[in-house]
Design a protein around this ligand. Structure first.
Ligand code: NAD
Length: 307
């Protein structure tokens, strides 16, 4: 099978490309604009793989996307502007890539008539919840510009399924952590700062809760949804590992043997969601389950950043 993977030079996309080349016979074309968040270093060792081709380009480039989609059997869209803080400072690039880019891909899929379009989405589209878990039928209630553009892309993709019968599958995962994540994100940032004896800036009182999934578990779930998912369906992907941000900071401090005094509470992020949590029964019914405990995943991740 010929996969077109967009955003494959980013954190989750590059882990996905590696997994596919390592464990399947599929061929992969990676399309990535190499924004500040993408790097060919993330694909080191697989750039010249005989079943891999890298193309530098933008998912909003209609001509390029149309040519690449025409050669693909399936498309997986990981490409996105992905950092909430940046979306608060300026939503323009988020609308352009996350919404218009997805529309350009969907139109190319419509024209080419391929086997599957998998849209990689996020738990943030559901908004926050104080208790309980979101299932795939819950209403979307995005509360920051990043989440709003991801929810828009989900709705566009679903509308192309309903209107044009395009074989769309959507995955919504919780917070990922692991190797190759940009250092602006919480776990890489806190690990490198703690190792350098710098402060760990925690928003608000640090009690915001996130559900952390090891990136390789998410990539396996995405592959499962690609191969076994049903057209038009959404699949939540999570681990059940819920921690307050403060707890994660304390774990990192412990692992790198830094001082607890490094924790610094800073003014809260505007519209900061208190908690996300997912019901993952649907993806589990396809035969997937997470296999990496938080302890094991965090240890490996910290080792990666320290090296
Ligand atoms: P990332 O920021 O690390 O990577 C995004 C990649 O997309 C980069 O390589 C970047 O160069 C590329 N890109 C950006 N704009 C592009 C464009 N217009 N055309 C082509 N390429 C472009 O993000 P990530 O953390 O790997 O997230 C991947 C996907 O997973 C995103 O869709 C994100 O919304 C989703 N997601 C992420 C998380 C998480 O915890 N990181 C959780 C749930 C869902």
């Amino acid at each position: 099978m010929q996969l077109l993977v967009t955003g494959g030079a980013g954190f989750i996309g590059s882990n996905f490309v590696r997994l596919v080349l390592r464990e399947t016979d599929h061929e992969v074309t990676t399309l990535d604009a190499l924004t500040y968040a993408g790097s060919l270093d993330n694909l080191e060792g697989v750039l010249d793989h005989p079943r891999h081709e890298f193309v530098e380009g933008n998912i909003s480039d209609e001509g390029l996307v149309s040519d690449l989609v025409a050669d693909a059997d399936v498309v997986l869209n990981f490409a996105a502007e992905s950092h909430v803080d940046r979306s608060i400072n300026g939503a323009g690039p988020f609308v352009e890539t996350n919404i218009r880019g997805t529309q350009v891909l969907l139109d190319a899929v419509l024209e080419a008539g391929i086997d599957r379009f998998l849209q990689v989405s996020t738990d943030e589209v559901y908004g926050e919840t104080a208790e309980g878990v979101f299932d795939e039928g819950d209403p979307l209630n995005p509360r920051n510009p990043y989440a709003a553009t991801k929810a828009s892309a989900d709705l566009l993709a679903k509308s192309y399924y309903t209107t044009h019968d395009i074989p769309v599958v959507i995955t919504r995962s919780s917070n990922n952590y692991g190797p190759r994540q940009h250092e602006e994100k919480l776990i890489p940032k806190f690990t490198t700062r703690a190792a350098e004896g710098k402060s760990l800036p925690l928003y608000g009182d640090g009690t915001n809760v996130r559900e952390w999934i090891y990136v390789k578990d998410n990539c396996r779930a995405i592959l499962t949804a690609l191969e076994k998912g049903q057209d038009g369906e959404v699949y939540n992907i999570g681990s059940g590992n819920e921690f307050e941000n403060k707890g994660v900071a304390e774990r990192i401090i412990e692992e790198v043997a830094a001082s607890e005094d490094l924790i610094e509470f800073v003014e809260d992020r505007p519209g900061h969601d208190q908690r996300y949590a997912l019901d993952t029964g649907k993806i589990e019914s396809l035969g997937w389950e997470p296999t990496t405990s938080f302890d094991e995943g965090l240890e490996r991740t910290i080792e990666y950043y320290l090296n």
